[in-house]
Design a protein around this ligand. Structure first.
Ligand code: SF4
Length: 417
């Protein structure tokens, strides 16, 4: 990085309260205009389901924007209003939704790299404003902003901060944090940096799957090869982490948006390994940190799948950004039960026979032929849900497009009472 005078004179991070009542009144009107949907509200008022002709749209009871995302968006909009003449930057994306991020870009909010602090950060000065996204940011980023002395608008969700408190506590007790999450996810990186503790000498290991949990559990039981372990989890553990030393005292935490059932099973397996090794769970700690909004959306989908007094869904559309963790898990749940398409927006519904969607296995957008159930003369029940980062206007356009393909116009839908 280049020399920057602000680096030489560390200053305190300038935190600003932009949630002034006069500002928030304006923000709420603008956010409503950008993301609200009358059609979604109407379907909700009909108990979450409408039938027109032989087409039924069924909405999950809980879907779309969570409180943390709403707050982060409100704060970003408020920042633009309060700092109308200043440069505003954002670390990465405010949330994982391309439409929302484009909207912020159009408001002149410039996204900075989030994986590492590249030279763009050298250009920031103490008059600039930097927004920290809902996922939070690693300590190294926050320290750098403090050195620069710029204005910081921190939109980190309170549920993410709960996880940070937990892993900091583990570090204080010299317990290694085993974090169930994605090593390349903003939130997990931010959490991992807190797991180092105040002295930066704590340790963490990030694991993604039950297969990883089994591998680590075997190692805890004394079965495993150190070099193989370090190779397998390269990039997912703290500097100096040694599985022979740092898997004695372990504490499990998780990214807030993981699949709840998987996290619970992972906790059971790691705990059992510690008990098998020690004969007690004294050196094992756990704290479930899946957030309420993620749980509610997963539970609402399970409820939709298990409803006995309604005709079953023929297919499920899961709407959201492909890099959204909680949306991905909704798609996983759907895929285990019925034809499910994880789509970015309504444009993905090309025709009755062709849907562009995200393939979870190959981690790529693909186009699938979907003949049969979408044929116009056959009745169909289309389930719709969306992750915590998906605005209602995107859900609305998905519903309108699905209906259009079935020969029902948006005017018909708007006129529906
Ligand atoms: S998904 Fe959960 S942790 Fe993430 S912003 Fe929403 S409430 Fe917060």
């Amino acid at each position: 990085m280049s020399d920057n005078p602000s680096k030489q004179a560390p200053k305190k991070r300038k935190r600003v309260n932009v949630r002034r009542p006069d500002v928030m009144a304006l923000v709420q009107a603008e956010v409503e205009q950008h993301y609200r949907s009358n059609i979604v509200e109407k379907i909700r008022s009909h108990g979450g389901q409408i039938t027109m002709g032989n087409t039924t749209i069924r909405l999950a009871k809980q879907f779309g924007f969570c409180y943390g995302v709403e707050r982060a968006i409100d704060l970003a909009y408020a920042t633009r209003k309060v700092f109308s003449d200043q440069r505003i930057f954002l670390i990465g994306e405010i949330i994982h939704n391309p439409e929302v991020n484009t909207q912020l870009r159009d408001m002149g909010i410039v996204s900075l790299p989030w994986r590492k602090m590249s030279e763009e950060y050298d250009d920031i000065n103490d008059q600039d404003v930097v927004i920290v996204p809902a996922f939070g940011a690693p300590m190294s980023f926050m320290d750098r902003l403090g050195e620069i002395g710029c204005h910081v608008i921190d939109t980190t969700c309170g549920d993410v901060m709960k996880v940070w408190r937990r892993v900091r506590d583990y570090a204080k007790k010299e317990v290694t944090s085993i974090i169930h999450g994605k090593a390349d996810h903003e939130e997990t990186r931010a959490t991992a940096s807190r797991a180092l503790g105040a002295e930066k000498n704590g340790h963490y290991l990030i694991i993604l799957s039950l297969k990883d949990a089994d591998y680590v559990s075997d190692y805890i039981r004394g079965k495993g090869d150190r070099e193989d372990f370090l190779r397998k989890f390269a990039g997912a553990y703290s500097d100096g982490f040694d599985p022979d030393l740092h898997l004695i005292f372990v504490g499990v935490a998780n990214q807030t948006t993981m699949l709840q059932s998987e996290t619970e099973e992972l906790q059971v397996r790691v705990r059992k390994a510690v008990v098998d090794r020690d004969g007690s769970e004294e050196k094992y700690h756990v704290f479930d940190t899946i957030c309420g909004a993620t749980q509610e959306r997963q539970n609402a989908l399970f409820q939709m799948l298990n409803t006995k007094d309604q005709s079953p869904m023929d297919l499920l559309l899961v709407v959201g950004g492909y890099n959204s963790s909680n949306t991905t898990h909704l798609a996983e749940i759907g895929e285990e039960n019925l034809p499910t398409f994880f789509i970015r927006n309504a444009k993905c519904l090309e025709s009755l026979e062709s849907i562009i969607h995200y393939d979870l296995e190959h981690k790529a957008e693909i186009k699938s032929d979907y003949p049969g159930l979408m044929l116009k003369d056959q009745p169909i029940v289309i389930g719709v849900t969306a992750g915590a980062s998906c605005p209602n206007n995107l859900i609305e356009s998905t519903i309108i497009r699905s209906m259009e393909l079935r020969g029902i116009t948006s005017d018909d839908l708007t006129a529906f009472r």
